[in-house]
Design a protein around this ligand. Structure first.
Ligand code: COA
Length: 325
């Protein structure tokens, strides 16, 4: 079987910053509460006129550039997002049009905060089987477009951004194993009720604030710790590695307390975890993508390092991927 690796990365973060101090003026909260409960200090939010495919396109161009790959040589383009530009066509089609990847198969994946790992596993299968050669996966979100700015329990957590990776066959290293899971019976813990076929947009759905993220924070917190630990263990087991073999854990950045609890249970020293939550908050599918791209671009990984991506999100869905760098 072919080995699939990451050969290029790119990030797009909107310039606009919303700090905890700014949020103090919007809802009954404090910088101290947000920092101690979540680890978030600020988040970037889109400006008027920006939307998901704009961020995804910028991240894609940078990733192609760093992989030295021409857009016309791309065979597959997957966008992981829960904040697409439109219900259809897919955001992947808009990105394809912008970057002129005319040959690429395009589709979106909806797996919330685990979306980037789902996209990676999906693209890996396409390459491994020889169906495509070059793939681009993008985690891109404008979560602030579905954030309820009157709900202090959620609005302090989310931000916007995008991260993209080029995947192709490599001679050494690459993806060693992955594990994915889901449990739809937990869907009412984290969801957005309005705007789909069940509750199409109407005056009533808008008035009832149904077009915003709803979350049972406490329940999600406990499950997140358990599922991230379980995902990492299962993915490592599949390639005969142990937690002590991890050089870098690149987790979905939902809450610093979740990440610290995961580290403790995996018996992993915190300096092996990549944290950027303080700057960006939770960017759903873009979180793991941006964290991975930032870690690569800041030169954190050495050849042969064992890097584990680990995420969970609304669905609930979860997963982990082990990569030899
Ligand atoms: N500012 C100040 N107080 C707030 C607040 C805010 N922004 N949000 C909630 N509170 C209050 C609550 O009303 C509650 O008050 P009460 O005790 O008087 O009822 C108190 O703070 C504690 O709330 P609680 O929800 O128990 O806090 P918590 O420690 O669980 O932290 C989250 C809340 C949301 C930060 C935390 O549950 C979390 O991160 N959950 C996981 C979320 C997540 O990862 N989601 C994405 C999944 S991909």
């Amino acid at each position: 079987m072919k080995k699939v690796g990451i050969t290029g990365t790119g990030i797009s973060i909107p310039k606009n910053i919303l700090t905890n101090k700014d949020l103090e003026k919007m809802v009954d909260t404090s910088d101290e509460w947000i920092t101690t409960r979540s680890g978030i200090k600020e988040r970037h939010i889109i400006e008027k006129g920006q939307y998901t495919s704009i961020l995804a396109t910028e991240a894609s161009r940078k990733a192609l550039n760093s992989a030295k790959l021409k857009p016309e040589d791309l065979d597959l383009l997957i966008v992981a997002t829960i904040t697409p530009d439109m219900r259809f066509p897919s955001t992947a089609c808009f990105v394809q049009r912008e970057i002129k990847a005319n040959k690429a198969i395009c589709f979106d994946i909806s797996a919330a905060c685990a979306g980037f790992i789902y996209a990676l596993v999906c693209a890996e299968q396409f390459i491994k089987t020889g169906f495509v050669k070059n793939a681009l996966i993008i985690g891109a979100e404008t979560l602030t477009t579905i954030t309820d700015w009157q709900d202090r329990g959620t609005c302090v957590l989310f931000g916007d951004g995008a991260g993209a990776c080029v995947l192709k066959e490599v001679d050494s290293g690459g993806v060693l194993s992955s594990y994915l899971g889901g449990d739809g019976s937990l869907s009412d813990l984290l969801y957005m009720p309005g705007g789909g076929s069940k509750f199409p947009a109407s005056k009533e759905t808008v008035e009832k604030r149904m077009h915003f993220i709803k979350m049972e924070g406490n329940e999600v917190f406990k499950l997140a710790v358990r599922l991230m630990v379980d995902s990492a263990n299962k993915a490592l087991e599949k390639c005969n590695l142990k937690c002590s073999d991890i050089d870098w854990l690149i987790p979905h950045q939902a809450n610093i307390r979740i990440l610290k609890a995961v580290a403790k249970r995996l018996e992993l020293s915190e300096d092996k975890i990549f944290f950027n939550i303080a700057k960006y908050g939770n960017m759903s599918a873009a979180s793991t993508a941006v964290a991975l791209c930032e870690a690569v671009e800041s030169g954190k990984f050495k050849k042969d390092d064992i890097v584990v991506l680990d995420a969970f999100g609304g669905g609930l869905v979860w997963g982990a991927t082990v990569i030899k760098w």
